[in-house]
Design a binder for this molecule. Structure first.
Ligand code: ADP
Length: 391
């Protein structure tokens, strides 16, 4: 590390970030600007001063300083207006206000506008250095935590890619080999061998659906952003889900009917998210039903909300299970559910998506009679869209 003329180490000058510690000062008093510059340059800061807010804000856009000291009382743009505008061009810069008329209410106003600290005039060089050092440390910590957050996100993304490619692909391949083996070697295998292979296939299917649900949950938890203004036609999603589950319903001996009011229209959200809710609830309603049972899907509009229900005539859910029903990996353990495959993630995913989209999901159930899940989602209203684009 090298010694600077001010007797400071290079690392001290950069705050360990590899860039000079830059401070901007905005004050209409030239003498104040000069003394701030002298004190802070001596302390190893790279200082730029401005005697009005307009010039300062323009330079902040180009230079991105770590720290801004701004006088509250100035002609033209005052300190609070400067803070508000700076916040829109650079949300990261740490701002401290300088004021000659320090009152609690001005401090509160400045903090509300986005300032971090407060330096009443007159101040000593030590007080100025202290506030600037503290502000710089705050900036460094904010950058560090942002870096860690990004690293964590990247690690999660890599892990998800790893799971989907490195785990899922070999399982799919193994399952395909088993399919071929069971299909082609009809005469060469004993019934026992066939049974073992079918069991291996079932275990692979379970593992694949666990990975599928777990990936879906991770995507939701990572907050896959729903595009602003995205909307999806609920009736279309319901029709597609019913069609996709037709084979499952037939195999289970369950009849699926729909009662979708035309005015239900579109709901706010993307096709994958809303489609996941519809298909998870429909699959459960078939899976936890009985031979000869029914599933009824209803959808209607209630003011600005789309209400969507999946009602089945299945096994129902015992009351003691209700508090944990939407928790991850929770499954009701009973004689009736023992042989029904599942991961315990479907409802957790549904609730998470519903709340992320600004809606809700509730359940009404009676053992041996059936279960109804009710989902409420904000409906897409043409008026609201116009309002958004106008704003
Ligand atoms: P799973 O993969 O086990 O179906 P879910 O999160 O979708 O996971 O559901 C959690 C549990 O809630 C299920 O294991 C089941 O016991 C119960 N459950 C969900 N839907 C129904 C339903 N329609 N009827 C009866 N029980 C249900």
């Amino acid at each position: 590390m090298t010694e600077s003329p001010a007797g400071l180490t290079a690392d001290h000058q950069t705050g360990g970030t590899g860039r000079p510690r830059r401070v901007f000062v905005i004050d209409d008093d030239d003498i104040m600007l000069l003394s701030c510059r002298r004190i802070l340059e001596k302390a190893g800061y790279d200082v730029e001063t401005f005697n009005n807010g307009v010039d300062g804000i323009q330079r902040i856009q180009e230079q991105r300083p770590e720290l801004l000291l701004v006088d509250l009382k100035m002609p033209e743009l005052d300190g609070l207006q400067v803070i508000e505008r700076v916040r829109t061009v650079d949300p990261d810069v740490v701002i401290a206000v300088i004021t000659g008329y320090a009152t609690i209410s001005t401090a509160v106003d400045a903090m509300k506008a986005g300032a971090y600290d407060f330096l009443p005039k007159p101040f000593t060089p030590d007080e100025l250095r202290l506030i600037v050092n503290r502000g710089h440390e705050r900036w460094r910590l904010a950058m560090e935590s942002e870096r860690l957050r990004r690293e964590k996100e990247e690690a999660e993304r890599r892990f998800l890619t790893f799971v989907s490619h490195q785990l899922k692909s070999p399982l799919v391949a193994a399952k395909q080999y088993l399919d071929v083996l069971l299909f082609t070697s009809t005469g060469e295998m004993t019934p026992r061998m066939r049974e073992w292979l079918s069991r291996a296939q079932t275990r692979l299917d379970e593992m694949l659906s666990l990975i599928h649900d777990w990936l879906a949950l991770s995507r939701v938890e990572r907050g896959t952003p729903v595009e602003a203004g995205a909307a999806v036609d609920l009736a279309g999603l319901i029709a597609a889900a019913v069609e996709a589950s037709a084979m499952q319903a037939r195999a289970a001996g369950v009849t699926v009917t729909t009662d979708v009011k035309p005015e239900v229209g579109a709901v706010r959200g993307d096709e994958v998210s809303v489609g996941t809710i519809v298909s998870n609830l429909l699959n459960n309603a078939i899976k936890y039903n009985r031979v000869g049972g029914t599933v009824t899907i209803r959808a209607a509009r209630d003011g600005t909300t789309a209400v969507f229900e999946v009602a089945d005539t299945g096994i129902g859910i015992p009351e003691h299970a209700l508090p944990q029903l939407f928790s991850e990996f929770y499954r009701v353990k009973s004689e009736r559910t023992r042989d029904i495959p599942g991961t315990g993630l479907g409802l957790a995913i549904c609730r998470r998506i519903a709340t992320d989209l600004g809606g809700s999901i509730d359940v009404c159930t009676r053992v041996d009679e059936g279960t109804t899940f009710v989902v409420r989602l904000p409906a897409e209203t043409p008026g609201a869209r116009q309002g958004e684009s106008a704003g």
